[in-house]
Design a protein around this ligand. Structure first.
Ligand code: DC
Length: 232
């Protein structure tokens, strides 16, 4: 029998393909796709917009508790997988800006921010069958997830992909700058004291450097069937 509310956890470093792959897996299996990075980005954007200094940990943790973040199915045809609302305002594209990229690792290292967002993530995930992409889904948020995948790729491949993504949206993208940013975020995400990026003991590691998106998607679907999360 398939699980009632299965969670497929997809963790991995920045730009390893979690969102692209997660979205497609969710669509094929008829699961919800939930990109948890959007919540950390929403808190970062709110802090920047309100002029709260990024190093003011107490104020940012307070902000994370106060703001209301919603993820709702998208009604727009502009490539978004869903709409992200902060206190009712659509910030779906704003949270992808480079200024958010530059500060989100700092914000997501604050234990108070992680605690505030952990509960929201669990609540949202309990609404149904869900593919969750993040850094600590398999290790902290849903350690009981019946399928955990860790997507990996070299910093160079990830930087190239992020560049292509930005350029496809008509935004400026400098490869060297983006590569430095990817490395910087890797260092912070892996070394933070609370919920650092690491591979869950029972995760399946997939290195995507030489795989196509479709190959990765099909491998995860095969694993989901093998573990009876969906009918074979
Ligand atoms: O996946 P992303 O690039 O949108 O993530 C943005 C930041 O959020 C990233 O620097 C790490 C953090 N993050 C996290 O700490 N835990 C998660 N579950 C998801 C994202």
């Amino acid at each position: 029998m398939p699980h009632n509310h299965p969670v497929i956890a997809i963790d991995g470093p920045a730009a390893s393909g979690k969102s692209t792959v997660g979205k497609l897996v969710a669509r094929e299996l008829d699961f919800l796709f939930f990109d948890t990075g959007a919540l950390y980005r929403a808190v970062t954007l709110a802090a920047l917009n309100r002029g709260i200094p990024i190093d003011d940990e107490a104020k940012i943790c307070e902000l994370a508790k106060q703001i209301h973040i919603d993820l709702i199915p998208s009604s727009q045809q502009d490539g978004r997988p869903y709409t992200v609302l902060v206190d009712g305002k659509d910030v779906t594209w704003d949270i992808r800006q480079e200024k958010v990229d530059a500060h989100v690792s700092t914000v997501s290292a604050y234990p108070g921010v992680r605690e505030a967002l952990k509960h929201q993530q669990r609540r949202i995930a309990r609404q149904g069958r869900v593919v969750m992409a993040g850094r600590d889904i398999g290790t902290v948020v849903f350690p009981e997830a019946p399928l955990k995948v860790y997507l990996d790729a070299s910093p160079e491949v990830r930087a190239r992909r992020r560049c292509e993504e930005l350029r496809a949206r008509g935004e400026h993208a400098d490869y060297e700058e983006i590569l430095a940013g990817v490395r910087h975020r890797d260092a912070i995400d892996s070394s933070r004291a609370t919920a650092p990026l690491r591979i869950a003991q029972d995760a399946v590691v997939i290195n995507t450097d030489h795989l196509t998106i479709d190959e990765v998607v099909q491998e995860i679907i095969r694993l989901a069937k093998e573990r009876q999360l969906v009918n074979a």
